[in-house]
Design a protein around this ligand. Structure first.
Ligand code: FAD
Length: 413
């Protein structure tokens, strides 16, 4: 067998499974497994694996073109003249109330790989008020340089001043690549920035790579309803912009003691010049915590039913968790699209994931199978969800949910 998978390095993201053109890969217990009878040794999985967990014991034709040592910059060819003065990879460090969104550091790890392949610097870009403490964090997660605009006008996120600040920095320092998290904030800001700069933006990428010949950013994402993986290029405009959903890329290790150049700029925009005002700031309770940040998720599927859905919400409330849903539950109108977990919803990695009345379709599993602990409740003992569950309860959700609520209420009282 030519393809080998290092089970310890595999994070069970499923990207290789989606990429394999001959369906030779599958996820078993959260780890990729190859069927040697199906595998044609094409190496597509090797290329997309974000943790280098897959190897091919014979050289790929494509690999022969690449440099022998990964330590060397993989791309030596000069950039086309029109793009030549755009250089460097930037990661927008999203923060709220001074707390960085973890996706920023996940992207820093990915940005580091891209910058090393291009042989350029990786920079973190921080916008906010009283956010100086994030500078050493950006270095610890891999930045060589940090651009920062610290201004009271940026205290709470509003599109206008953040657009102004980020566009100002990009126009002045001209990065070739800008990466942002596909969060609510990131989706809003990336679209407006790309529009203002008249450049291309690929949203929700699952794989990012550099083409060694052209130096172009290869931005891969599911397309046509998730039925194919499309690799998208931004050939003629700069910067090349991409967003990536939280938890899709692995969190890089912190490296204490790293430092670099800090470039401080002024926002150059006064409060009076901004049309939107924040009148009130209401923080959501635990049930409203964004799915990608939740530590406990109680997710329901078609098997829960409209009548029992409040029981599911009650269990989430008692546990201080967040309610998630399968697409079937969202389509039934019991949950909002913002609560959908899976291929076309959120990718989550909570400490505990309850899957109640969810069958375990692959499109759901790819969004939650890396959760630390999975508890499945289903009245069908053969439901596929039990294959990846750490704890399984076979039974009717209508009976099990109230029993769990009562039990946890007593234990947590
Ligand atoms: P079902 O598959 O109908 O399963 C219901 C389960 O509930 C069954 O296992 C049943 O045994 C159990 N059950 C029934 N009654 C009870 C009871 N009283 N007590 C306990 N258990 C009970 N799906 C997603 O979730 N997220 C996505 O992002 C997503 N993206 C998709 C993208 C594409 C391109 C496609 C084609 C599909 C996508 N889907 C997605 C849909 C996916 O294929 C499944 O159809 C969906 O996940 C099924 O939802 P479900 O498990 O809630 O429903």
């Amino acid at each position: 067998m030519a393809v080998e998978i290092n089970a310890k390095a595999c994070i069970g993201c499923g990207i290789c499974v989606d990429t394999c053109p001959v369906q030779a890969l599958s996820l078993v217990d959260g780890v990729s497994v190859v069927d040697p009878k199906q595998c044609v040794d094409c190496g597509a999985c090797v290329k997309v694996c974000p943790t280098n967990a897959i190897t091919l014991d014979k050289p790929l034709a494509a690999q022969k073109k690449q440099p022998a040592t990964p330590a060397e910059p993989a791309v030596k060819k000069a950039a086309p003249a029109a793009e030549g003065d755009y250089q460097g990879v930037w990661v927008f460090v999203e923060q709220m109330e001074g707390e960085a969104a973890p996706v920023s550091w996940e992207l820093m790890g990915e940005g580091r790989k891209l910058a090393d392949k291009l042989g350029v610097e990786l920079a973190g870009v921080i916008l906010g008020a009283q956010v100086e403490h994030l500078v050493p964090e950006a270095f610890a997660y891999g930045a060589d340089k940090v651009y920062i605009i610290d201004d009271p006008v940026l205290a709470r996120y509003r599109t206008e001043p953040y657009l102004h600040g980020l566009v100002k920095l990009i126009r002045q320092y001209r990065p070739e690549i800008v990466l942002m998290g596909a969060t609510t904030l990131g989706r809003d800001l990336s679209g407006t920035v790309a529009t203002e700069l008249r450049t291309g933006l690929t949203a929700d990428c699952t794989v990012l790579d550099i083409n060694p010949e052209t130096r172009l950013l290869e931005q891969t994402r599911p397309a046509f309803g998730g039925n194919i993986m499309a690799t998208i290029l931004c050939r003629t405009r700069r910067p090349q912009m991409a967003t990536v959903r939280p938890r899709v890329m692995a969190m890089p290790p912190r490296q204490e003691g790293r430092s670099g150049q800090v470039i401080r700029e002024e926002l150059g925009l006064k409060e009076e010049e901004i049309q939107t005002k924040v009148l009130e700031y209401i923080t959501a309770g635990a049930a409203g915590v964004y799915l990608d940040k939740a530590e406990i998720i109680v997710a329901g599927g078609r098997g829960v039913g409209a009548k029992n859905w409040p029981l599911l919400e009650e269990l989430a409330r008692v546990l201080g968790g967040t309610v998630g849903a399968s697409r079937a539950a969202v389509e039934a109108g019991w949950a909002s699209p913002a609560q959908q977990v899976g291929q076309t919803g959120y990718t989550v990695r909570p400490k505990v994931y309850f899957a109640v009345g969810i069958s375990g379709a692959i499109q759901h599993l790819v969004g939650m199978q890396t959760s630390d602990t999975i508890v499945a409740i289903n009245n069908d003992a053969n439901a596929p969800i039990f294959k990846i569950a750490d704890y399984g309860i076979v039974g009717d959700a209508a009976q099990i949910l109230p029993a769990l609520v009562e039990n946890f209420k007593q234990q947590l009282a």
